[in-house]
Design a protein around this ligand. Structure first.
Ligand SMILES: Nc1ncnc2c1ncn2[C@@H]1O[C@H](COP(=O)(O)OP(=O)(O)OP(=O)(O)O)[C@@H](O)[C@H]1O
Ligand SMILES: [Mg+2]
Length: 450
């Protein structure tokens, strides 16, 4: 592995040289006898990750050096070495962003540990920045794929409300993209660097859900050995996503209402009132308004949750979104499964479009993934689609606009039946199980004179 690089800055030659020698087995070392030389070396060597510098030096002292390093915008961790007289400045340097300080005389074991930690810290920090950036890209508003007017409207609305603190209710059938919308809102909001906490309100029993949401005090119930923070507390300064909100039991509905009105709550078994700053996004595949009329969901809570309403339509109401969604997920799954697949055949697309997709995008995604996996060539064909799409029932749906192969099969079946019944169309239609008018229409389509 590549050795990390450390720049040692000290005006005393002996100290500098000894440290460099000591560290040289594990690090690439650079040395400088003053601040301005140090800066020059930093500018010229992009590999320097850590600066280990004396605090008290003539000309430029440690604090000034730190300021200058920070001014370069380079991602460098700084560790100071300080004598008794400069401890205060060293503490000050840490406040300004230095990683740590060591006191003279330097304990070499401590030096090694501190350097190792500093490099690890830097690595984690840059990984974290990268991950955050990736997640933001992943939930950019353009990841909600679709050309339909409805999807465009949603994207537009999401862009407008994301940066506000408004409470948002997302409604739509299962698998339509509600959670995706919630993610996009959070990652485009002003609290993007705050926590994003999710709770599935239908997954937990009433008692567990309450302490999960609001936390509990030590001894609140049997088994409550420690105080535990709830999701509302964990989401402080960020977003709380309450999924399947339609399943929230009445006792918790009351507490949530209070939170939405006053931003206050108590932990289970606690008396202290806690206040947090949390943006609430909720989602459900149930008809909440209907639950309200059935008195299963409080109307006052419904209005509090539904400040901004996002309705994600089912896929069957926006079939024009199917091709771009297929395209997007085809590329994604081809990459994941290491396959070279560039497109989908006309037949396959027709079959997919003629299906009603009760499971919406999730079901369509599963279908695309399995098609990608079983496909042989560079195109997904009807043959690689799951059986529920290629079964006779769906094929029949297609026969009103037959593609070549189906057209031939159908034509042959009809002509055979006519032959068997000696051209008796009424009987042939009975044999085929289709109406006489359909038979006439088909014959006209085939240009067969009846
Ligand atoms: N417009 C879209 N473009 C691309 N992918 C989408 C789109 N909508 C949804 N998806 C994907 O479909 C899958 C299902 O979406 P999601 O989990 O958001 O649905 P949901 O409405 O929350 O479903 P459920 O009600 O079952 O919880 C996810 O993998 C999501 O990334
Ligand atoms: Mg969901």
């Amino acid at each position: 592995m590549l050795q990390p690089s450390v720049l040692i800055v000290d005006d005393e030659t002996a100290v500098r040289e000894n440290l460099a020698k000591y560290l040289s087995s594990d690090y690439i070392t650079y040395t400088a006898s003053n601040g301005s030389d140090a800066i020059k070396i930093i500018e010229e060597n992009s590999d320097i990750e850590v600066v280990l510098s004396d605090m008290k030096m003539p000309e430029m002292d440690g604090i000034e050096l730190l300021d200058t390093i920070q001014g370069t915008g380079k991602d460098i961790v700084t560790i100071f070495v300080t004598g008794f007289s400069t401890i205060e400045s060293a503490v000050n340097a840490m406040r300004k962003g230095a990683y740590d300080y060591l006191t003279k005389p330097i304990d070499l074991n401590k030096l090694e540990i501190t350097l190792k930690n500093a490099i690890e810290h830097k690595k984690l920090k840059s990984e974290n920045i990268l991950l955050r950036q990736q997640i933001r890209e992943k939930f950019d508003a353009t990841t909600l794929i679709g050309n339909s007017a409805k999807i465009k409207e949603i994207i537009d609305l999401v862009k407008r409300v994301a940066s506000t603190r408004a409470t948002i209710l997302i409604q739509g059938e299962s698998g339509t993209g509600k959670e995706l919308v919630a993610n996009i809102i959070h990652y485009n909001s002003s609290v993007v660097d705050g926590p994003f906490i999710k709770v599935n309100c239908s997954a937990l029993a009433e008692g567990v859900l309450e302490s999960e949401l609001f936390g509990h005090e030590k001894g609140a119930f049997t088994g409550a050995l420690y105080m535990k923070k709830g999701r509302f507390e964990l989401a402080d300064g960020g977003t709380l996503f309450l999924d399947e909100i339609g399943d929230l039991p009445p006792s918790i509905q009351v507490k949530l209402l209070r939170f939405l009105q006053e931003s206050e709550f108590e932990r289970v078994g606690g008396t202290k009132t806690l206040k947090v700053d949390v943006r609430i996004i909720s989602a459900t595949n149930k008809d909440l308004e209907k639950l309200v009329t059935e008195e299963k969901f409080r109307d006052d809570l419904f209005y509090r949750l539904n400040v901004v309403s996002v309705e994600v339509p089912p896929l069957r109401e926006r079939k024009e979104d199917i091709p771009p969604i297929i395209n997007y997920h085809l590329n994604k799954f081809a990459e994941i499964h290491n396959k070279k697949i560039s497109g989908i055949s006309k037949d396959a697309m027709k079959l997919i479009k003629s299906y009603s997709w009760p499971g919406n995008i999730r079901e369509l995604m599963n279908c695309i993934e399995s098609a990608v996996v079983v496909s042989v060539g560079d195109t997904v064909t009807a043959n690689s689609l799951p059986p529920f799409l290629t079964s006779s029932k769906t094929s029949k749906l297609l026969s009103s606009q037959p593609d070549d192969k189906l057209f031939e099969i159908e034509k042959k079946a009809i002509l055979d039946a006519l032959e068997k019944t000696n051209g008796n169309k009424a009987e042939a239609s009975r044999v085929l199980g289709i109406g006489l008018r359909t038979l006439y229409r088909k014959l006209k389509q085939y240009n067969v004179k009846g």
